[in-house]
Ligand binder design. Structure first.
Ligand code: AR6
Length: 204
């Protein structure tokens, strides 16, 4: 699992820390938020769905998003021809308030190869952020990818997700995004993110 054990470059976080990086207009931890609720109702630029390789819908949050967006979403997804695990594809939002839906295909958690699971999960977050930025989205909400039906332990998924989000926000394209919202549904994910957000995005 992504280890928060390595010291975080907290000196890069604030505008007054003497960092050699360009000062962000907002501090990093202002740009990440955690909410518990229904991702289908959020009026952000993009929401990220926990999809499967077919991209044709399923249970969990995928089912909820397809129901809320309506049948046109299915038609656009069908034309995409699927998506490999660890990657993502983008569609319109149709009947939901978000302009775009990013369909990320997380891994089924493999307890015998957690490093591979982590690589694939991290890939989903990174690719989703790249797609959002490329589509001109400034705010993105993530479902807790793979932590439901796909069995990824929340305590391992949260640090992997946060490390990918952090890496993107401090990277060359990071300034293209104003806000990354993590949307949790179950208490186990709330608890994992409450534990790990202060480690990856320390308050300044
Ligand atoms: N609304 C919001 N969040 C939800 C909902 C909902 N209705 N239901 C579950 N969650 P999951 P996965 C949360 O299982 O593990 C689908 O069949 C859930 O608590 O939706 O990536 C796809 O088609 C968890 O935090 O996705 C795939 O086949 C998060 O959403 C497979 O499930 C993700 O759980 C993907 O499994």
């Amino acid at each position: 699992p992504a280890s928060p054990g390595t010291p975080l470059p907290t000196t890069l976080l604030g505008p007054n820390t003497g960092s050699s990086l360009p000062s962000p207009s907002k501090t990093l931890n202002d740009r990440v938020a955690l909410i518990r609720g229904d991702i289908t109702t959020l009026a952000l630029d993009a929401i990220v769905n926990a999809a499967n390789r077919s991209l044709l819908g399923g249970g969990g949050v995928d089912g909820a998003i397809h129901r809320a967006a309506g049948p046109q979403l299915y038609d656009e997804c069908r034309a995409l021809g699927g998506c490999p695990t660890g990657s993502a594809k983008i569609t319109s939002g149709y009947a939901i308030p978000a302009r775009k839906i990013i369909h990320a295909v997380g891994p089924v958690y493999d307890p015998f190869d957690p490093a591979k699971s982590e690589r694939l999960l991290t890939g989903c977050y990174t690719r989703s952020l790249e797609l959002a930025a490329a589509a001109g989205c400034r705010s993105v909400a993530f479902s807790a990818l793979s932590t439901g039906i796909y069995g990824y332990p929340s305590q391992e998924a949260a640090p992997a997700a946060l490390s990918a989000i952090r890496r993107f926000l401090v990277g060359p394209e990071g300034s293209k995004l104003d806000k990354v919202v993590i949307v949790t549904f179950e208490m186990k994910d709330v608890e994992a993110y409450k534990e790990f957000i202060p480690l990856y995005f320390p308050p300044v």
